[in-house]
Write a protein that binds this ligand. Sequence first.
Ligand code: NAD
Length: 371
Amino acid sequence: MTPYADFSYETRPVRVVFRPGASVTATPEEAERLGLRRLLVLSGSRGESGARAVAGGLGDRCVAVHPGARMHVPAEAADHAVAAARAAGADGCVAIGGGSAIGLGKMIALRTRLPLIAVPSTYSGSEMTPVWGLTEHGVKRTGRDPLVQPRSVVYDPELTLSLPLPLTATSGVNALAHAVEALYAPDTSPLVALMAEEGVRAMAGALRSLAAGPEDLDARCRALYGAWLCGAALGATTMGLHHKLCHVLGGTFGLPHAETHTVLLPYVLALNAPAAPEAVAALRRALDTDDVPRALRELAGSLGAPRSLAELGLEQDDLAAAAAEVTGQPYPNPRPVTADAVLGVLTAAYEGREPETSGAGHPRTVKESGS
Ligand code: NAD
């Protein structure tokens, strides 16, 4: 059946402001619009100076800066941040940084109902989703709650000028992964497909420009625009095998988030492509290629991104345990998720092999079993 015949789509209230310099100039305006007078500003330790600049712009509206964000939102980091918000008598939060800082703001919102303003400095797209994540006892849990969706998002492309090229590449591919899974999600829709395809086109084009000149502000604008669209596509759909694999490898095996997305995406796409022809067609148009998995791998590699899970520190002995953990959890995916298929994806990604696709871009993939 055509994707235009049967779908639902929910729009969530979020205001987006996009302009160079907006982190300092527009954040106070967004606080004013939301009626917030006692803001806690959140960041990671490396992003503290940027957070202090935003806090300076907020003036009396900032009651404290809390630079306690950490990758994968460990439970103790969330506990400390909630305590800091309560101790400061905050009536809202501003999260400035990547997905880790925004994720910390989401946990405060979930537990205290305080509204969140997000000022992203990477391409993670978390700012556009009602999805939260928390890592406890070596397991990363995620959930959806409209409470954690930021009320305002301030996109300032100047903030992303400092992203090193490898992080630009991996964060950019993290955004592409959202679009890829949104295109074949069971709850995709024509609007999501438009956003995802345009997001991939914008991000991939920007990454090619940034490889030649990382300080090209126009390319930084296009990348952040692409990240916005890919994040919005993620926020509107249910993710599949690729995101689940990344959560398990991050939460249980401590692998870095965006890098893991970057290494895995070509292999998961190669697996899913035969069952997702419309998604593959959209990606071919957006990337101007006949071989999407290979093009993704080459794009990231040309910007210095890692190519194998071994490079990220995964041990060969962990592959079977990771496959078992992923296979044990139900979630939608275009092709049935079997232990053999997941182990095949993980092994290929561990070794950093060429993804197995035919020249026409119809992947041969691992042998189907159980479908
Ligand atoms: P991150 O926020 O941990 O940032 C990665 C590193 O980049 C950090 O060291 C940070 O200090 C640095 N950094 C950030 N911005 C920078 C800049 N402009 N210049 C230089 N350095 C900069 O990583 P991330 O990839 O942005 O986010 C990953 C986290 O976000 C994970 O926990 C992931 O699960 C979560 N996430 C959540 C969603 C969602 O919808 N809930 C979506 C995507 C990612």
